[in-house]
Design a protein around this ligand. Structure first.
Ligand code: G3P
Ligand code: MG
Length: 376
């Protein structure tokens, strides 16, 4: 097949392979380039082989993250090449995943530095976004222990669209959906605010669900009283940061929230689950979203003619639980075979991986070399 160097012009010459790169632990470690990462991407660009960056990270807009990676790796990258943990949430502005359009609804966005994630949500098209920091700044008593961070929150908080007034529920702040866009910096405040909304009546902050009149039921919000849906964007329990040992990720926050939720409501023992949706790797929704973006980008690369289908997509990752597991189980809608390659430069540090990759490579450069060799 023609992955030779040189310029491909017609669609018939389009390569029938593509790559998906995880970022943390594969291309970068925290924000330091991993040796060989630039060469790996440059080789593919020279051969006109399409790739996407598929990360469970986020916290800033795709255009910003891509500019940073492009600068760090000294590689020209288009914003359309990256899919972050929260990228699929943009589809919820006009309605997706069985959820009504949220463009003009009031959504809570948790996680990230300051209100960077609010900015991202607004650039996606959400028109009414509140953060736990806004709520805390307006009502410090909602979580007494964040008083030490008062100035931090004050530096970016915005006035709430409505007050929290237990004497006037219908005029109070109503949360219609909740999103964890990135790792919360203040697990306590974010968990308290999310649980308040899940226990509320109709998402009205400051109220408690009357449990649909079934007062004998344990105190629980189970979305049968209009409580807001809760979306997580990244299931990673741990991830590879600059510290030499894996660090707790957004999955750690979810586990902490679920534990608190179970203690308050009686949890599974009472048949009460924390009703939530989790996107991100390893879930098929995220892989499908990524594959569609890869195909759109490729079609733009080769504007004329009908392109041959992509036979193989090589997913290169450092975390067996997300990158390898997701690629191994993803059933492509376009008949592409997703092949997982595990590298040793991130979370995985040897031994039998919890999910078996096609191959284990020392680093991303060796991974790409192996993939190109097996595709010739
Ligand atoms: O928060 C980022 C971390 O969960 C992992 O990111 O790029 O390895 O999917 P990545
Ligand atoms: Mg990773």
């Amino acid at each position: 097949a023609n992955y030779r160097r040189g310029f491909l012009t017609s669609a018939s010459q389009a390569p029938d392979i593509a790559f998906a790169f995880d970022i943390d632990g594969v291309l970068l470690r925290s924000s330091k380039p991993i040796p060989g990462a630039s060469d790996a991407l440059r080789t593919l660009q020279e051969r006109g082989i399409p790739f996407i960056l598929l990360t469970n990270g986020g916290g800033k807009h795709e255009t910003e993250r891509v500019a940073e990676i492009s600068e760090k790796l000294n590689i020209p990258l288009d914003p359309s090449v990256i899919i972050q943990s929260h990228s699929p949430f943009a589809e919820l502005v006009n309605g997706a995943f069985g959820q009504e359009a949220l463009e003009n609804k009031c959504i809570l966005v948790a996680g990230g530095d300051g209100d960077r994630c609010r900015e991202v949500a607004e650039r996606y098209g959400f028109k009414s976004v509140v953060t736990p920091g806004d709520i805390f700044t307006a009502y410090p008593g909602i979580w007494p222990f964040s008083k030490n961070f008062k100035d931090y929150y004050k530096s970016f908080a915005r006035p709430l669209p409505r007050p929290i007034d237990p004497n006037d529920p219908s005029g109070s702040l109503k949360i219609d959906a909740m999103f964890v866009f990135n790792d919360p910096r203040d697990w306590g405040l974010d968990a308290q605010v999310i649980i308040d909304a899940l226990l509320s009546s109709q998402g009205i902050m400051g109220t408690l669900s009357d449990k649909n009149g079934q007062s004998d039921l344990p105190n629980r919000g189970y979305q049968q009283d209009g409580q807001p849906p809760l979306y997580f964007s990244n299931p990673d329990l741990v991830w590879a940061a600059s510290y030499h040992l894996p660090r707790l990720g957004q999955g750690g926050f979810r586990e902490a929230l679920e534990g608190t939720w179970a203690a308050i409501t009686g949890g599974p023992a009472q048949g009460v689950e924390l009703v939530k949706t989790v996107v991100g790797k390893p879930y098929a929704l995220t892989y499908r979203f990524a594959e569609n973006q890869l195909l759109r980008n490729r079609a733009r690369l080769f504007s004329n003619g009908n392109l041959p289908p992509i036979k193989k997509v090589f997913m290169i990752g450092d975390n067996p639980e997300s990158d390898i597991r997701g690629a191994n189980s993803y059933e492509s809608d376009h008949g592409s075979q997703w092949n997982s390659i595990l590298v040793r430069t991130g979370v995985y540090s040897g031994g039998t991986p919890s999910y078996p990759p096609k191959v284990i490579a020392d680093d991303v450069k060796h991974a790409v070399e192996w993939a190109l060799k097996t595709s010739e």
